[in-house]
Design a protein around this ligand. Structure first.
Ligand SMILES: [Mg+2]
Length: 206
């Protein structure tokens, strides 16, 4: 072997040793290392409008059947409770100064009112928004007996405030036959005969 060939072999050997060192060991795991997923848990995109309405209707159809039966039972002051954003109004999908009603939920409210129930709205919007919120609900056709909002300078959890509002409705003499919302904080905490959960798509819809 010529001295040139010996030198080439030595260089090749050194390069192989360096590659092994870079690889850590000769049995290094060759699988690519995945970058850590730092996305928040609730980044699931909302589906199309048509899918959302179909998902809403899958809940409001049995809710309407229930209200038809329940509100045919005579006696007592009955009421339903509705969340506003993405329950009563198409906040996520439409927005705007006057946000359109979620049609199947408007139909539920209209049915409940026609059958003698009061219609109460319980929202985490603050008192500052009372006037435009009431205006929006009435403009798009909702019957509205009373609107419960987050009091000024109140920092309690959403569910605490919403549960308190339902307790106040009961104390005023009403039986809440149905509480309809799209987030668990709308519905947890009791004070309703039945709850109906519309989609929030893992928190994507407020
Ligand atoms: Mg909502």
């Amino acid at each position: 072997m010529s001295s040139t060939s010996k030198a080439r072999l030595a260089v090749a050997g050194a390069a192989s040793a360096a590659l092994l060192l870079l690889a850590g060991t000769g049995t290094a795991d060759a699988r690519p290392v995945a970058a850590p997923d730092r996305r928040p848990a609730a980044v699931a995109a909302a589906p199309s409008y048509a899918t959302w309405i179909a998902d809403v209707t899958a809940v409001t159809t049995p809710a309407a059947e229930y209200l038809g039966r329940r509100l045919s039972v005579p006696g007592g002051r009955t009421a339903i409770v509705l969340d506003i954003d993405n329950t009563s109004l198409e906040t996520y999908y439409s927005g705007g100064i006057t946000t359109p009603a979620v049609k199947p939920v408007l139909a539920l409210a209209t049915l409940a009112k026609a059958k003698g129930a009061a219609v109460f709205f319980v929202s985490d919007r603050t008192e500052v928004l009372r006037w435009p919120t009431e205006g929006n609900l009435k403009t798009v056709g909702y019957p509205l007996d009373r609107l419960y909002l987050r009091p000024l300078f109140n920092f309690d959890p959403v569910q605490t405030n919403k549960t308190k509002a339902r307790a106040a409705i009961e104390q005023a003499g009403y039986t809440i036959v149905a509480n309809i919302g799209n987030n668990p904080t709308d519905l947890d905490g009791g004070h309703a005969e039945r709850t109906f959960k519309l989609p929030d798509y893992n928190g994507t819809l407020s």
